[in-house]
Design a protein around this ligand. Structure first.
Ligand SMILES: Nc1ncnc2c1ncn2[C@@H]1O[C@H](COP(=O)(O)OP(=O)(O)OP(=O)(O)O)[C@@H](O)[C@H]1O
Length: 612
């Protein structure tokens, strides 16, 4: 069966190039971390930076009140000088104080911004590292379900959006929260009755902003989904460019991409409008109190109000009120950025649990493989396999065959613990393989249809950074003679995905790597599909020798039955069930197997080939 798969080369390197059996659930659900991941620990790790942010943030924002206060004094001093009550030179010390205060406040602002950025960068780096580590140990099944576009969006933009929300929140705590308290206290000190009246309006803008939370969240989530779908579409278009061109489907695919693009534009525009364009409305509402301040403040200056003000007091009060009104409208901005961050966090949350270390478990000793009464069905589909049983002692080779799409590859994945059986069990040495896999113990490896070669040398592709000599493994895979004939031998580069090799060479190079990292259970899914018969005969011989010498169980899945008589056991899948036994018994008792074998036997002297 051919299915589109996500290539994750780093995972391939980490997993020894084999399709290492992993949990199909996401890391957090697979036992590495039971508690739901939380954002707070990522933030808490940066407590030192946050202390600097707090000190500079409070100094900056409290210092902000000094500006309007000194401006009031300057206005009053100017009035006194113009009235002849004071000499002009008395302005100089006050002006110096003003400049020094502004400079000090701006210095604090610079430091606060610097450390907020540092804080955000560190949180971002830590979250991306965690996401990356968890993606590495997530099963292909889960990755495919998620979709490549969605994963790219999560890795690249959701973490950024989430951290940006945290950064804005941290910034606004000081730039909005602390400074508003400082402004409020100042205004209450000047005239508390006027202050209470003038500040009736900002709460209206808070209420409106909080009412808008749900639409903002929904619009943001819709925009995120749309960008993921667009990324998937673009990836698919690039990956399948040659195919679409060859089959004249380019226009259809381009139109489909255009539709995705239009959908993205619409949803992103709506999300942006809701999260940013409402700001002026919040501001206008907050500023409605300005009229009250002008009328009642003028009465204070005239001596008929609730307080006795001079021009300095009026100037300071009006300036502080204006700043407070503008700041209070920022609360809406704060809600919106927090909403956006929440949406992103929910999307990446499943991948943010304690990172599981790939392949970190203790080795598993070789043992008997026993599959008992296995049954399996893909979600929402009818049973694919039922009542499948087999067993193999250490050192034995089991051959598996069956009709097309009878579930051979699926059985290989079940044996390796990559998929959870619907019923029955698979044990190795008496322990459930899937439990060992979920505990990240290196129990099984599977060589699938895709060799997953890296753009490096032949030796690198076998060893993947491991110490050792690749030659014995290359020889066992019947590739050494061809590698020795290459210009640089084992140091020959194979190109991206092994582009410089033939299909058969690619398959055998991946086989050599599987031998190098062999586990107690090795499943080879159609490993000799692209090699000639003589090479296949030698490779099968070597495979049996490796199984015996290392005491491992090897399961070979193949459509080619030429060498099945040499296997220690044969499993034939047919009609949703299976027959297991020796080649001779199946020839006698399993008509489906006998038919397949005889069909291939036509024109081939099988007995002679098998004895070679
Ligand atoms: N992830 C999946 N979700 C749903 N159905 C799937 C999935 N993977 C495989 N199948 C279906 O399960 C059936 C068996 O697939 P499988 O690859 O195991 O068969 P196979 O015997 O190895 O095929 P082939 O002979 O072509 O190599 C197919 O009908 C396939 O479409």
């Amino acid at each position: 069966m051919v299915r589109r798969r996500i290539i994750h080369p780093v995972a391939c390197v980490e997993r020894g190039g084999e399709e290492l059996a992993t949990a199909e659930s996401k890391p957090t659900a697979s036992g590495s971390s039971k508690a739901a991941p939380r954002l707070a620990p990522f933030v808490r790790r940066e407590w030192r930076t946050l202390v600097v942010v707090s000190v500079t943030g409070i100094a900056y924002n409290v210092g902000m009140v000094a500006g309007p206060w000194l401006e009031g004094l300057l206005a009053q001093r100017l009035a006194d000088i113009l009235a002849g009550h004071l000499a002009p030179q008395t302005m100089a010390p006050l002006a110096c104080c003003y400049v020094a205060a502004i400079a000090g406040v701006q210095l604090m602002r610079f430091l606060k911004r610097l450390y907020v950025r540092k804080f955000a960068n560190n949180v971002n780096r830590r979250m991306k590292r965690r996401l990356y580590q968890n993606l590495l140990v997530t099963s292909e099944e889960a990755l495919e379900e998620e979709g490549a576009g969605s994963l790219m969006t999560k890795a690249l933009s959701d973490v950024d959006d989430c951290v940006e929300g945290v950064r804005k929140f941290t910034t606004e705590i000081f730039d909005t929260g602390v400074v508003m308290v400082a402004y409020l206290v100042t205004m209450l000190a000047y005239d508390w009755r006027l202050t209470l009246l003038a500040l009736l309006f900002p709460p209206v803008s808070y209420v409106l902003a909080s009412r808008m939370r749900r639409p903002v969240t929904q619009a943001t989530a819709a925009a995120k989904e749309s960008v993921s779908a667009m990324a998937s579409e673009a990836l698919d278009r690039v990956e399948g460019a040659t195919t679409y061109r060859a089959f004249g489907l380019e226009r259809v695919r381009d139109e489909s991409f255009e539709r995705r693009l239009a959908d993205y534009e619409r949803k992103e525009t709506r999300a942006n409008v809701l999260s940013t364009a409402l700001m002026p409305i919040y501001q206008a509402i907050s500023l409605l109190g300005a009229g009250i301040v002008i009328v009642l403040g003028a009465r204070d200056v005239m001596g008929s109000g609730w307080a006795a003000w001079d021009i300095a007091a009026f100037t300071t009060y009006f300036s502080v009120f204006g700043r407070l009104a503008v700041k209070s409208s920022h609360a809406g901005k704060l809600f919106n950025s927090v909403q956006r961050a929440q949406v992103s966090w929910e999307r990446i949350r499943p991948y943010m649990g304690e990172a599981a270390t790939p392949d970190g478990g203790r080795p598993v000793a070789p043992g008997e493989l026993r599959a008992t009464d296995l049954g399996f069905a893909f979600p929402g589909e009818g049973p694919l396999l039922s009542h499948v049983s087999l067993s193999a002692r250490p050192g034995q080779v089991i051959a598996v065959t069956g009709e097309v799409a009878s579930g051979k590859s699926t059985l290989g994945r079940l044996l390796c613990g990559e998929l959870a059986a619907t019923s029955g069990s698979v044990t190795l040495g008496g322990r459930e393989v899937r439990d060992l896999v979920l505990a990240r113990r290196p129990v099984a490896c599977r060589l699938g249809h895709d060799p997953q070669l890296i753009d490096a040398t032949v030796a690198d592709n076998v060893l993947l950074g491991d110490d050792g000599d690749p030659r014995p493994d290359l020889e066992a895979a019947c590739l050494l003679r061809e590698v020795d004939a290459m210009p640089d031998g084992c140091d020959t580069r194979v190109g991206e995905g092994g582009a410089a090799l033939s299909g058969g060479q690619r398959a055998r190079l991946a086989l050599a790597r599987t031998y190098h990292f062999a586990r107690p259970l090795v499943v080879l899914d159609d490993p000799f599909a692209s090699v000639d018969m003589a090479t296949e005969a030698q490779a099968v011989c070597n495979l049996a020798a490796i199984a015996r010498s290392r005491g491992i169980v090897v399961v070979v899945i193949s459509h080619r039955l030429l060498h099945f008589p040499q296997a220690d056991g044969v499993l034939c899948l047919h009609d949703g069930t299976a027959d297991f036994g020796t080649h001779d018994r199946l020839m006698a008792d399993c008509p489906a197997y006998a038919k397949l074998y005889r069909m291939q036997a036509r024109g081939v002297d099988l007995d002679a080939s098998a004895q070679r």
